[in-house]
Write a protein that binds this ligand. Structure first.
Ligand code: ZN
Length: 178
């Protein structure tokens, strides 16, 4: 499946994505296409709305964060209809970026750890305890399924400071949609 990234200000990024009713061959093909887009864009994760599909699916290449903060990639995993629980009260601030908002990075405060349950490509339910940047990635991608972007967490002056860059991104990528 040939997929293209969509960018900041595309309405699909602001929609609440629909649950996947059944893990069909089309769903598997979409997830595999998403992995390709993620890998060629050097992303840690990618959600289906970012390639224009309003479905509750994300893929993640990030496997773990070392104690020194090094991010280690592993075999990409697919999360279908993810559900989060056990979000820690302890939060941590770290810098994030997003393939849909190229070139912009900003600090976001998020829970340190969580549990995510989802269906895999076989339609089997699995459970993952995530901490550190892995939890952050799960939260960032799940936000995409709810129409939320990481820049939404930035308020006041921090957000205002991003506006010129966001306008540039919008103008630069608006014509790139297929
Ligand atoms: Zn993103």
């Amino acid at each position: 499946m040939s997929l293209e990234l969509v960018y900041y200000n595309d309405p699909v990024l602001r929609k609440r994505a629909e649950p996947v009713k059944r893990v069909t061959a089309e769903v598997v093909a979409l997830a595999k296409g998403m992995v390709e887009v993620m890998q060629r864009s050097n992303g840690l994760g990618l959600a289906a709305p970012q390639v224009g599909h309003s479905l509750r699916i994300f893929v993640m290449a990030l496997e773990r964060e070392e104690e020194d903060g090094t991010l280690v990639l592993g075999e990409p995993r697919t999360f279908i209809n993810p559900e989060l629980s056990h979000l820690s009260e302890v939060t941590v601030e770290a810098t994030e970026g997003c393939l849909s908002i190229p070139g912009l990075r900003a600090p976001v405060v998020r829970p340190l750890s969580l549990v995510v349950e989802a269906l895999d490509l076989q339609g089997e339910r699995f459970r993952l305890e995530a901490t550190g940047y892995v939890a952050r990635c799960v939260l960032h991608e799940t936000d995409h399924l709810n129409g939320v972007l990481f820049i939404d967490y930035l308020k006041g002056k921090r957000r205002a400071a991003l506006e010129p860059t966001l306008m540039q991104i919008d103008q630069r990528y608006r014509g790139c949609k297929s």
